[in-house]
Design a protein around this ligand. Sequence first.
Ligand SMILES: [Fe+2]
Length: 183
Amino acid sequence: MSYNFIRQFILEGRPESLKILPLPYGVNDLAPAISKATIDYHYEHLAKTYAKRFNAGEGDPDFNEAGVFLHNILFQQYQEPKDSNEPTGAVAEMITKHYKTFAKFKEEFEKVAMAVQGSGWVYLSKDGTIKTITNHAIKKDIVVLVDWWEHAWALDYQSEKKSYLKNQWKIINWDHINEQSAI
Ligand SMILES: [Fe+2]
């Protein structure tokens, strides 16, 4: 569904109304990587508020639209946690090509993320590099996306951002990533 969302955006430009896509898993299913409390707050409240505000013409439409765009990628890319959750298919090949190993990739990702100041996002881009977004912005080259805003991790991890990031790798649905991204 998020593929259709992205394609619709690319083909048709700004839509008249936006919505946050339904979760493809239950609200308890990402724990302990992401708790139900964080889903309730982050997905049910914050993410949906970007759509509500956009649809009501409140606030900055670019900011709200980008917030919807990014959260629709984010929440669709997860699955239940797995301790051994290695990349598969094309994205695995891409990571090996650019970083040699998944472990090295995760190290680099952490380095880029920890250098971010203020609110933003970190993502693996289609060119194989790790990029950041300040606040919200629509980007067409996102392969794997991590929400680095405080609201994404503070409730579950307090200040342990590195633990949050480590647990993100347990819930990325790599098959979904391959289906969504024409890498
Ligand atoms: Fe967020």
